[in-house]
Design a protein around this ligand. Structure first.
Ligand code: TRP
Ligand code: SF4
Length: 400
């Protein structure tokens, strides 16, 4: 078995905000102590939606890496690299594309969702349809078994699992495996054997999950097979050959929904963010002007924290004492909203100060950042090359 290896990627969006910090980076920073970690900038993935305006990706990449490092991602513990600088990802993506049923890609929920959401862009491209397959290549090329991602990415990890399974099935068979499985099918008897074959074909050629389930049920009811043959036929449906690629799992973190300035989830598209490198004066201004309970028009009106986005920030930043003070002061109109916001401002500035200090130092020292990335790319390339050797060999392309 392989040891746990964690891999995750982020599209280069430039400077990061507190939503990234609380939602993703803090988790990465924790994981880097316990696992072998690889974190990368998914710059090719950015091109799937920004192919019309690629300039800026390079700068966004370095700004993002500066923020990773400033937040505490440690290059001595984790390998940091850029997807496009490890071109083996592209080779694996290409080879996997040969065996990926179109239906599997079309059924990934983000495909239609994003096309419908980003109407101003033409996303009926080959590259965009292949987004989850490129992501699969990212993961499988490192044989990563744990992939920390948000809820929205779970279907992509599921997809990568299916691709790994299909690959292992197609190219990882031991000699004689096929014949033994075929002999076991015959033992099922005429009608059942025919049904089994039909269902297996439907699953393998069209990715029909229902057919897979029916075939498993059919085997479950079968009485006249030895245990060995039964296992063989379960395996024959899905794979059962040698494991060349590792099936990854999503490593879900307790969804930390960092609230933005308006109470919605913090996100660039809502314009409700505080950047990690936000000027402290701007932080103060943004919090001071953020909306509160709309019912609290005058200082003398009592409020309700449950209807106030500031309260959500207290839930992130304040201890029990401060929260009690807020709750009581708010419902009794004992404190003003600016009083209430001050502890949040203080805590946020305290959190940002060391991050901003490190970011400043890194910005003044671009060589260090460049070297960190170059080192990381080299390490990643070595790992990727190892997998590609096995992949090429399994597919009959080693020319050695
Ligand atoms: N699709 C991911 C996102 O939008 C980014 C990504 C690309 C990724 N390749 C990956 C994440 C591999 C985890 C593993 O957030
Ligand atoms: Fe919101 Fe605090 Fe004002 Fe109450 S006192 S409305 S919790 S900002």
């Amino acid at each position: 078995m392989y040891a746990d290896r964690v891999l995750s990627g982020m599209r280069p969006t430039g400077s990061l905000h507190l939503g990234h910090y609380h939602g993703v980076l803090k988790n990465w920073i924790k994981l880097q102590h316990d696992y072998e970690c690889l974190f990368f900038v998914a710059d090719w993935h950015a091109l799937t939606t920004h192919y019309d305006n690629p300039l800026g990706i390079e700068d966004a990449t370095s700004q993002m890496v500066i923020d990773w490092l400033a937040a505490g991602v440690d290059p001595a513990k984790a390998t940091l690299f850029i997807q496009s600088q490890v071109i083996e990802h592209a080779e694996l993506h290409l080879l996997l594309s040969m065996m990926t049923p179109l239906g599997w890609l079309e059924r990934v929920p983000t495909y239609k969702d994003q096309q419908e959401k980003l109407t101003e862009k033409d996303l009926s491209t080959y590259g965009f349809l292949g987004y989850p397959l490129l992501q699969s290549a990212d993961i499988l090329i490192y044989r990563a078994n744990q992939v920390p991602v948000g809820e929205d990415q779970v279907p992509h990890i599921e997809f990568a699992r299916e691709i790994a399974r299909r690959f292992n099935h197609l190219y990882g068979k031991e000699p004689g495996y096929e014949e033994k499985a075929e002999a076991a099918v015959k033992k099922l008897g005429g009608k059942k054997a025919k049904l089994y074959q039909e269902l297996r074909t439907r699953y393998q050629q069209a990715g029909d999950e229902a057919a897979l389930e029916s075939a498993k049920a059919l085997l479950g009811e079968t009485q006249n097979l030895s245990l060995g043959d039964k296992e063989r036929l379960y395996g024959y449906l899905e794979g059962g050959g040698k494991m060349i690629l590792t099936e990854p799992e999503a490593l879900l973190t307790a969804a930390s929904k960092m609230p933005g300035l308006d109470g919605q989830k913090m996100s660039k598209s809502y314009g409700n963010t505080i950047a990690l490198r936000e000027d402290p004066e701007v932080v103060i201004k943004k919090i001071r002007t953020m909306p509160t309970d709309p019912a609290r028009v005058r200082r003398t009106d009592p409020g309700d924290p449950a209807r106030c986005p500031v309260w959500q920030l207290h839930e992130v930043y304040s201890g029990a004492d401060t929260r009690d003070w807020v709750r009581q002061g708010c419902v009794s109109a004992g404190i003003g909203c600016l009083d209430c916001k001050q502890p949040v401002i203080d805590a946020m500035l305290r959190e940002l100060a060391p991050i901003q200090e490190r970011a400043r130092a890194l910005t003044e020292d671009p060589d260090t950042v460049r070297n960190i990335i170059a080192d990381g790319c080299e390490k990643a390339r070595d790992l990727a090359r190892e997998t590609m050797r096995d992949v090429r060999e399994a597919m009959g392309l080693s020319y050695g």
